[in-house]
Write a protein that binds this ligand. Structure first.
Ligand code: HEC
Ligand code: HEC
Length: 352
C-alpha cells in the first residue's frame, strides 16, 4: 500500500515535469522581442527589407531638415537629422555624464560601428528594444562584448535586426574600444528609469523598430494585456523623435504578476535558484554578476529565453543554465515584472 502511494506520487512528479517541459517556450515570446506575431518557419525570418526608394527620386527632393528642436532643461538644439546621426547623435544633457570616449560619442565610421550613444543614449539608460548598459560591472561588460563578437550571443528571434547590428559592432571593435566603452558605462550607477504598472487593459500600441508606441487619434483605444508586458515611452515624441535621455518608460504588467515573480525570485519556488545568491541581495549586481533591479523587463525576458533556447551561450552563461531550465514563459514574465519593479538604490537610501 505504502509502495503504491509512493509510486503514484513519483508518477505524478514525472507527469508534472512533462507538463512543465511542455509549457516552456519552444519559440520566443513575440512581445519580448518587439514583434506582434511569433517567428515564422525557418527561412521566413529575414528582417524586413528597407522600403524601395520612391520613384523619380522623390526622397531626394524632401525639404531640407532645418527645424531646430529643443528640450526643457537643455540649452542645446538639434535638427532631427542631427538627433539621429549614427556617428554623433544629439547629446542633450552633457552634464549628466563623464566625457564620452570617442567610440561612445561617434562610433567609428570606417568600420561601420555606430555610436553607442545612439541606441543606448549618452547616459547608458537605453530603451526596451536594446539594453540599459550603465551600471553594468566592467568585467561583465567586456565578457558579453566578447560573446557577441564570438557568435556566442545571438537573438532567439532572428528577425531582431538591431541585435544583429549590435553583433556586427562588437566584431568590428578593437579590444581597446571595448575597454573604453566598458570603463565609461560601468562608471555610472543604474538609477530608476522604468515605471511598472499592473493593469488588466493597456493602451493599444503599434510597433516601430522593435518598440511599442501608444496609438493616438482615431486609432487610440484599450485592449486586454493578456500574458504580455507592454513597455512603452512615457512620452512618445520625446523618445521616438527627440531621443530625450531624461524621458523614461512605463512597463504595463499583468495584475498579480509582481507578487508571483517575487515568490520565484526570493524562494526559487521549487523550480529555480534564488536570484540574490548571485545577483546580490538587492538584485543590483554582485562582483562581476550584472544587476537586474529596475532594468527593462522586456530585455530581461529576452535574455532568459535566449539562454533557455541556447542562442545566448557565452563564457559565463553556464551559471544561468540550471536557473532557466524549468522556467515557463509565464514564470519569466512574472520574474521580470518583479525585478523591474525593484527600485535601484533603494537600500542605499534607506540605510542612510
Ligand atoms: C543600433 C543600435 C545599437 C547601437 C548603436 C549599439 N548597441 Fe549595444 N545593444 C543593442 C541591442 C539591440 C542590444 C540588446 C540585444 C538583445 O536584447 O538581443 C544591445 C546590447 C548591448 C550590451 C549588453 C547589455 C547587457 O546587459 O548584457 C552591451 C554591453 C552593449 N550593447 C554595448 C554597446 C556598445 C559598447 C556600443 C557602441 C560601440 C553599442 N552597444 C552600440 C543595440 C545597439
Ligand atoms: C549561480 C549564480 C546565478 C544565479 C543563482 C542566478 N544568476 Fe542570473 N546570471 C548569472 C551570471 C554569471 C550571469 C551572466 C551570464 C552571461 O554572461 O551570459 C547572469 C545573467 C543573468 C541575466 C542577463 C543579464 C543581462 O544584463 O543580460 C538575467 C536576466 C538573469 N541572470 C536573471 C536571473 C534570475 C531571474 C535569477 C533567479 C531566478 C538568476 N539570474 C539567478 C548568475 C546567476
Amino acid at each position: 500500500m505504502r509502495f503504491a502511494v509512493l509510486t503514484l506520487a513519483f508518477a505524478s512528479v514525472i507527469a508534472c515535469g512533462v507538463l512543465i517541459a511542455q509549457q516552456q517556450p519552444a519559440t520566443p515570446s513575440p512581445w519580448a522581442y518587439g514583434f506582434a506575431t511569433p517567428p515564422g518557419p525557418a527561412g521566413a525570418n529575414a528582417p524586413a527589407a528597407a522600403p524601395a526608394a520612391a520613384p523619380g527620386g522623390q526622397a531626394a527632393q524632401a525639404p531640407p531638415d532645418t527645424t531646430m528642436h529643443k528640450l526643457p532643461g537643455s540649452d542645446r538644439s538639434f535638427t532631427l537629422t542631427q538627433i539621429r546621426d549614427q556617428y554623433g547623435p544629439a547629446d542633450w544633457f552633457p552634464g549628466d555624464h563623464p566625457a564620452m570616449p570617442d567610440i561612445v560619442a561617434h562610433g567609428r565610421r570606417d568600420a561601420q560601428v555606430a555610436a553607442c550613444s545612439l541606441c543606448h543614449y549618452p547616459n547608458g539608460k537605453g530603451r526596451p528594444e536594446n539594453a540599459g548598459v550603465s551600471g553594468l560591472p566592467y568585467s561583465y561588460f567586456v565578457q558579453t562584448m566578447m560573446d557577441f563578437k564570438n557568435d556566442k550571443r545571438k537573438s532567439a528571434d532572428t528577425r531582431k535586426a538591431n541585435t544583429n547590428r549590435m553583433i556586427s559592432f562588437a566584431k568590428a571593435m578593437t579590444d581597446d574600444e571595448i575597454k573604453q566603452a566598458a570603463t565609461y558605462f560601468s562608471s555610472m550607477k543604474w538609477t530608476p528609469w522604468i515605471r511598472v504598472v499592473e493593469a488588466g487593459t493597456v493602451p493599444k500600441t503599434r510597433i516601430a523598430g522593435g518598440m511599442f508606441l501608444v496609438l493616438e487619434g482615431a486609432e487610440a483605444g484599450k485592449e486586454p494585456i493578456g500574458q504580455r508586458i507592454i513597455e512603452t515611452p512615457e512620452k512618445t515624441e520625446d523618445t521616438e523623435q527627440l531621443r530625450n535621455s531624461h524621458s523614461g518608460f512605463i512597463a504595463y504588467v499583468p495584475p498579480g504578476s509582481i507578487k508571483k515573480g517575487e515568490a520565484i525570485v526570493t524562494t526559487g519556488a521549487g523550480k529555480t535558484t534564488q536570484c540574490a545568491v548571485c545577483h546580490g541581495a538587492d538584485l543590483e549586481g554582485l562582483g562581476p554578476v550584472p544587476g537586474l533591479a529596475g532594468r527593462s523587463p522586456s530585455y530581461i525576458v529576452r535574455q532568459l529565453q535566449d539562454m533557455q533556447l541556447g542562442t545566448r551561450k557565452g563564457e559565463w552563461t553556464d551559471l544561468m543554465k540550471p536557473v532557466v531550465a524549468k522556467l515557463t514563459a509565464e514564470d519569466m514574465l512574472n520574474i521580470a515584472a518583479y525585478t523591474a519593479s525593484r527600485v535601484p538604490g533603494e537600500s542605499r537610501r534607506s540605510a542612510r
